[in-house]
Design a protein around this ligand. Structure first.
Ligand SMILES: [Zn+2]
Length: 479
């Protein structure tokens, strides 16, 4: 029997507000533990929460950008559970009345557009962070840092529309890019401000009912999300094939072993005894506010992609990649402004630049090659100062050192040979060394021409101007 996976994702993204969601404490990262706390976020008796308007605005921005309906009425609820990082004994979240509902995100799955439904987007507060003794003197102790307690989060719940680990990864990347375009979250998974839980089940292909699902947690990179889901799908299919059942539970991704392990039985919503938070009034959002936010929305990935195709005449494929992050799109536009040949720029960015970054697992804003340097190098190719082949080495050097291309070429002596005499000399040498090939070529084996080009290039260490080599070689081989 063939099985089909069904995947839904719950994403938590930290919002980039200055202060926490229900108090005036700063959301700054990396300060000494418990220095950013007050009676409200540590849940002292008698303290009262006050809603941060910016957090609501950011969530509306996200709702609009994902085509959600913004609820005219939403309500905070208490989600009750005990954990040492939760000083109040409950988390303020939303339950029956979320802020935004029924949106979607489009992804490109196997080159085809696929629409992933969003069930809801709601606001909630983050919990604190537990630190378990890591050094010799504090081994065996656990510490709690409440600086993160009360930092605003949006929770984004997708429909069970994803059908492969790859699609889940594509969806997450798209969502991250939207959050970054909107400038409402850094959405950095490694730093923990973009977190993802996955609901995974499998069912016989063609069956309508869903299978029993497991919830996966603790995946802190895109790669781990895809790996964990992939493992979980295989695990569940193996169980069903053996005639066993999948148990509804929460499972943790174990990075070291590359497997998911059972953590606890899955809670049902009623375990949390949700009820409306009596300290917070319902939120009523009027249309004029929504419209003002809609008008101020920045250009989003979809719109930018279309504009890149129209304005720069580059293929859809290029535009899709170049707009995948706001920073990369900016890098491209800046480079094209300095060197107005859009496809040439696109080829270098999508080829050499992204390849180097991917190898080093770096982002574009960590790249040492500035748009100015890239444009300068492309100018040197156009003017014939360096060949396209040498440019590859120049680029690598720029990427490694952050130096200007002009300096690199000068220091390394990589200036292209445009001197006819020097090229002719190399041609003579190549012909002398390969008399048989010369004879064969003259008898009609045209294919050998490429061989001679290669020999001349080798002789000049790649520095000869290819156009001149072609011209002179054709001329000389005739005789
Ligand atoms: Zn506080």
């Amino acid at each position: 029997m063939e099985y089909e996976p069904v995947i839904g994702l719950e994403v938590h993204a930290q919002l980039l507000t200055q202060s926490k969601i229900f108090c005036g404490c700063s959301t700054a990262f990396g300060l000494s533990p418990n220095s950013l706390t007050c009676p409200v976020c540590t849940g002292q008796p008698g303290s009262l929460p006050v809603l941060n308007k910016k957090a609501v605005e950011f969530a509306i921005r996200l709702g609009l950008a994902t085509s959600c309906r913004i609820a005219p009425y939403s309500l905070f609820a208490r989600k009750n559970y005990f954990y040492p990082d939760l000083p109040k004994g409950y988390q303020i979240s939303m339950y029956e009345f979320p802020l935004a509902v029924e949106g979607f995100v489009d992804i490109a799955a196997d080159g085809q557009k696929k629409r992933i439904k969003l069930i809801r987007i709601h606001l909630e507060e983050d919990a604190g962070k537990l630190k378990h003794g890591e050094t010799a003197e504090n081994a065996g102790f656990s510490y709690v840092d409440f600086n993160r307690t009360g930092v605003p989060l949006v929770e984004i719940v997708s429909g069970p529309d994803l059908r492969s680990p790859q699609e889940a990864g594509d969806y997450l990347r798209k969502l991250r890019s939207i959050l970054q375009y909107l400038e409402i979250s850094t959405a950095n998974m490694e730093e923990g401000n973009f977190r993802c839980d996955a609901n995974v089940s499998v069912r016989p292909k063609g069956q309508k009912e869903f299978g029993t699902r497991a919830e996966l947690k603790n995946m802190n990179s895109f790669r781990f999300v895809e790996k964990a889901i992939d493992y979980e799908i295989k695990r569940q299919i193996a169980l069903l094939k053996e005639g066993d059942e999948v148990v509804q539970e929460t499972r943790l991704w174990d990075v070291g072993q590359g497997i998911t392990v059972s953590m606890r039985g899955k809670e049902e919503a009623h375990d949390y005894r949700y009820f409306p938070d009596p300290d917070l009034v319902p939120i009523r959002i009027d249309d004029s506010w929504i419209e003002a936010i809609r008008k101020a929305l920045p250009e989003l990935p979809e719109a930018k992609r279309k504009r890149f195709v129209d304005a720069y005449g580059i293929p859809e494929y290029d535009a899709e990649i170049l707009t995948s992050t706001k920073a990369l799109a900016h890098y491209y536009e800046e480079s094209v402004r300095l060197f107005p040949e859009p496809k040439v720029v696109s080829n270098w960015i999508m080829g050499d630049l992204l390849r180097e970054l991917k190898r080093d697992e770096k982002e574009i804003d960590q790249c040492r090659v500035s748009p100015g340097h890239l444009a300068e190098m492309l100018g040197m190719i156009r003017e014939g100062t360096i060949s396209g082949k040498i440019a590859k080495d120049v680029f690598e050097e720029m990427y490694r050192t952050g130096e200007r291309p002009e300096k690199i070429v000068k220091d390394k002596g990589w200036v292209q040979i445009l001197d006819k005499g020097a090229i002719e000399k190399a041609i003579e040498k190549a012909m002398e060394a390969n008399p048989q090939q010369v004879e064969d070529y003259r008898k009609g084996r045209d294919k050998l021409f490429g061989f001679f080009v290669g020999e001349v290039m080798k002789e000049t260490r790649g520095k000869a101007n290819p156009k001149l080599v072609n011209e002179l070689l054709k001329e000389r081989l005739k005789k």
